[in-house]
Design a protein around this ligand. Structure first.
Ligand code: ACO
Length: 311
């Protein structure tokens, strides 16, 4: 027997309407959202590191300005998402502590190194491309603050993807060495980009419940397929190939067939054993600790303002 509150929640979900912060929600729904939104926010913030690595070495002032703006946008995405999570009763401070203590996850993709400037382009094209594929449906997620944050994030991500593709296009029109740099970068990022969508549906413990609650609108495998179908013609236009001998058009299915990502590698990276996990967390922890004085100063200032207002 459902209570009146539960019935109202279920009806709202069934009508594809939004749950808002002050509405009643099952504890599992709240927990799932905190988990997913926090993981998403952490990914945006940790995701500043691989590209930030190239800001001081950008090949021109124009590329530096673009990259600076892009990395700054990622910080903004993290902040919208932490704000969305805060409407569920957790603070950004608590979430940050959980991240640096390894109690919450962030996207596997940001544990891979950026070895050449072509990686800035490849991350824009493939990594932000995968992010858009995953996030456009999240604009219709059932939790209001998350869906609204996604709308703005997706607009900016689309711009990021285009800048990445434009960078790679420019390199492809350059020297043989530059073309080889692009191909080498695409070879390294293709499989990790496919892993961003999460484990295969049959090994995804959260998908069924998250779909039933309207938190997720598509399964991991559906979105992975959509991404492959979207990327193949883009690769052709660019003049690069993907490192997958099984990748081919299947006219019967109306989709591309493709090979299986190395799920053992994925598990290792998610567990903390990827090439850059330790470095990413150490850097995040140092930035948090180095910024303690800013947080203290802001609080002291706010206290003084409050006292002045009272006096
Ligand atoms: N990297 C790290 N962990 C992952 C990844 C990944 N690519 N994919 C899945 N996982 C984790 C899940 O968080 C879950 O762990 P948990 O239960 O301990 O939290 C576990 O693996 C099993 O996966 P699923 O049951 O499939 O988890 P879920 O239903 O949450 O689906 C997905 C994963 C698709 C990533 C979902 O959480 C999502 O859509 N998140 C929002 C988008 C996002 O976080 N994007 C970040 C990268 S994009 C960017 O920042 C540019």
């Amino acid at each position: 027997q459902l209570s009146a509150l539960e019935t109202r929640f279920e009806d709202t979900i069934a009508r594809s309407e939004r749950i808002e912060p002050r509405d009643w929600m099952p504890e599992g729904y709240r927990k799932t959202l905190v988990r997913q939104i926090a993981q998403h926010a952490h990914s945006e913030i940790i995701g500043m590191q691989p590209e930030g690595n190239w800001i001081t070495r950008a090949p021109s002032l124009r590329r530096k300005a673009i990259l600076l703006a892009k990395v700054q946008d990622e910080a903004g995405h993290g902040l919208y998402l932490y704000s969305a999570a805060e409407t569920l009763g957790v603070s950004r401070g608590e979430l940050t502590e959980m991240l640096i203590e390894g109690r919450q996850k962030y996207s596997s993709i940001f544990n891979y190194p950026t070895l050449s400037y072509a990686d800035v382009g490849t991350i824009g094209w493939l990594v932000d491309g995968a992010a858009i594929c995953n996030q456009v449906p999240l604009c219709r997620t059932s939790y209001g603050p998350y869906g609204r944050a996604m709308i703005r994030v997706c607009k900016e991500e689309s711009f990021h993807q285009r800048q990445g593709y434009e960078l790679l296009m420019t390199m492809m029109q350059g020297t043989d060495e530059q073309r080889a740099m692009v191909q080498e970068s695409v070879d390294r990022f293709w499989w990790p980009a496919l892993m961003m969508f999460g484990p295969p549906d049959e090994d995804s413990p959260n998908t069924a419940q998250s779909m039933a609650w309207g938190i997720k609108r598509n399964t991991n495998d559906d979105l992975r397929q959509r991404f492959v179908d979207m990327s193949v013609p883009q690769a052709e236009a660019l003049g690069v190939t993907f490192p997958d001998p099984d990748l081919k058009w299947n006219a019967e299915r109306g989709h591309h067939d493709f090979g299986e990502p190395d799920w053992e590698e994925f598990m290792q990276v998610v567990k903390g054993n990827g090439p850059c996990n330790a470095q990413r967390i150490a850097h995040r922890r140092a930035a948090h600790e180095d910024g303690a004085w800013v947080r203290e100063a802001a609080l002291a200032f706010a206290d003084r303002q409050r006292e002045a207002a009272r006096a």
